[in-house]
Design a protein around this ligand. Structure first.
Ligand SMILES: Cc1cc2nc3c(=O)[nH]c(=O)nc-3n(C[C@H](O)[C@H](O)[C@H](O)COP(=O)(O)OP(=O)(O)OC[C@H]3O[C@@H](n4cnc5c(N)ncnc54)[C@H](O)[C@@H]3O)c2cc1C
Length: 476
């Protein structure tokens, strides 16, 4: 940005929000130039609005002066959604973090969207209620970021993803107008159902300032099982059988042998190694919750199915500590595999759940053919695979990563899968979106974006392939 425009920007934003709620120094701007995807681009200013009126004021100002705005929660996104790809203002919502109301009679909460997910969960639990969406980043990610990404988590098999919990939203549009969508009512067809349009919109339709989210009652009890199998196929057969049995597990995670080894190599005294069979090629971590009676019966049904599918061994956590140590294995995967390679190609794909074993086989074939390391874990019951790929001894070069990504996505799509399950498209996958959306669908999405944001100033450079974006906004 030219020096005189930068000076004006600093003066005007300071007048709108106060000195304490703006950052302009280079070192501060660097701090907000990246998210967990590790992509980078420098903003011209960072602002921390304290209320919806301030959000409206900044948006109206940016609209008038043609300045891009990028909403940001905790910056834990994995696809570059909060990176200011075209510069401009990064708007951090973290100071709008009030839980405005916990409505224990109507089982819902009204929150500002900067509230950290785990803090909402803790507040709900104190009132005997439960906010189920549980991205592994829940300790730091925000409700706004979760809604904008339609975040999932380990409990999605039973409880669904974020969109199932959004009853209503307050949104500031790119021109600064404020709109209110949805309500506390379970049944609400007063006008178009527009709330969903903003769920998963990756910060490209509006700044979500408040949300009404649904809560449920806390389950009475929970049982956790770790079941080891000698092959991916044996583990894979369990999933459709469990789902057909009428049991809905709260979580059904799988971990492949390489991830398991990485975790136990980092910490052989994890407390679980004696619970994991030496010939394990795939482990399922299964949790059932509900009333004590139902949970007992469900766990037994699952074990019977696992036995029929040649399980090698199982461990039913007997204490909270044992349960925690089993979950620790799952939670440690990301950190543990980082010790094997400084930079993985990390992907988040989904396939119809029954196709998981086939997809895992395809990934094994790909690893062999291309001489790659591919490690997999994920949410089996909802078909979501997280995978990390590298050369045998080194990270992939950028060009090779593009090729491998293309090969992985092409196998995914052949099985009726999606290139993004829960981490969004952002900048990381935008050039591949056409693999899932045909031209007519992509153009419809672009028309919606242009209608809401005719100047293309809200989170530009995200979601849409560059060519589609440039042609829509006349940048060819
Ligand atoms: C260790 C780790 C584990 C993770 N595990 C999971 C997981 O299990 N499941 C999962 O789904 N994701 C997971 N993620 C990804 C990430 O945490 C989620 O996408 C999360 O929802 C992002 O929230 P955030 O507050 O950090 O948002 P940010 O990263 O700041 O922003 C994400 C997107 O939302 C937009 N945005 C943020 N706030 C608003 C708002 N108020 N209004 C409009 N747009 C907004 C941004 O512009 C951006 O496009 C993980 C990430 C990490 C680092």
């Amino acid at each position: 940005m030219k020096q005189c425009r930068q000076t004006e920007l600093e003066r005007d934003l300071t007048a709108l929000l106060g000195r304490d709620n703006c950052l302009f120094s280079l070192e501060d701007l660097w701090t907000y130039s990246f998210d967990a995807s590790k992509q980078r681009a420098l903003p011209d200013a960072v602002v921390f609005p304290l209320c919806t009126d301030q959000v409206c004021a900044v948006m109206a100002y940016a609209h008038e002066h043609g300045i891009p705005v990028v909403p940001r929660g905790a910056g834990s996104g994995l696809t570059g959604g909060a990176v200011p790809a075209h510069g401009g203002i990064v708007m951090v919502l973290e100071r709008m973090n009030k839980i405005i109301e916990l409505d224990t009679d109507n089982l819902c909460a009204v929150v500002e969207t900067g509230v950290v997910t785990a803090l909402l969960q803790a507040a709900a639990a104190k009132a005997g209620l439960f906010y189920p969406p549980d991205p592994a980043s829940q300790a730091f990610s925000t409700i706004g970021g979760n809604i904008a990404e339609n975040a999932g988590g380990m409990r999605a098999a039973k409880y669904g993803v974020t969109k199932q919990y959004v009853l209503g939203l307050e949104v500031v549009l790119p021109n600064g107008d404020l709109i209110k969508l949805g309500s506390k009512c379970i049944k609400d067809v007063a006008g178009y159902s527009m709330t969903e349009l903003f769920v998963g919109s990756e910060g490209t339709f509006g700044i979500i300032t408040q949300a009404i989210v649904k809560l449920v009652t806390l389950p009475e009890t929970v049982k956790t099982l770790a079941v080891c199998f000698g092959s991916i196929q044996d583990a894979g057969r369990v999933v459709p059988q469990v789902l057909k049995s009428g049991v809905v597990p709260c979580t059904l995670e799988f971990i492949d042998a390489a991830c398991l080894k990485a975790v136990l190599d980092v910490d052989p005294l994890h407390g679980c190694e004696h619970q994991i069979h030496g010939s394990t090629k795939a482990m399922l971590l299964i949790e059932v919750d509900g009333s004590a009676q139902v949970v007992e019966k469900d766990a037994q049904t699952i074990l019977d199915i696992c036995r029929e599918s040649n399980m090698l061994s199982f461990r039913l956590a007997q204490t909270a500590k044992e349960r925690e140590s089993l979950w620790q294995v799952r939670r440690s995967i990301h950190g543990a595999i980082m010790g094997l390679c400084p930079k993985w190609l990390e992907e988040d794909i989904s396939v119809p759940p029954a196709s998981i074993p086939l997809m895992l086989e395809k990934l094994q074939d790909l690893a062999q053919k291309e001489n790659l390391r591919i490690l997999c874990f994920g949410h089996y019951a909802d078909g979501n695979i997280h995978l990390s790929a590298s050369e045998q001894e080194a990270p992939l070069t950028a060009e090779r990563a593009r090729t491998v990504k293309g090969l992985i996505f092409s196998e995914t799509v052949k099985l009726g899968g999606r290139i993004a399950a829960e981490h969004g498209i952002g900048t990381a996958k935008k050039e591949y979106l056409g693999l899932n959306l045909d031209d007519a669908t992509l153009n419809f999405a672009m028309k919606l974006k242009q209608m809401v944001d005719p100047k293309g100033l809200l989170n530009p450079g995200k979601v849409f392939p560059e060519k589609v974006w440039n042609s829509a906004y006349g940048l060819d």
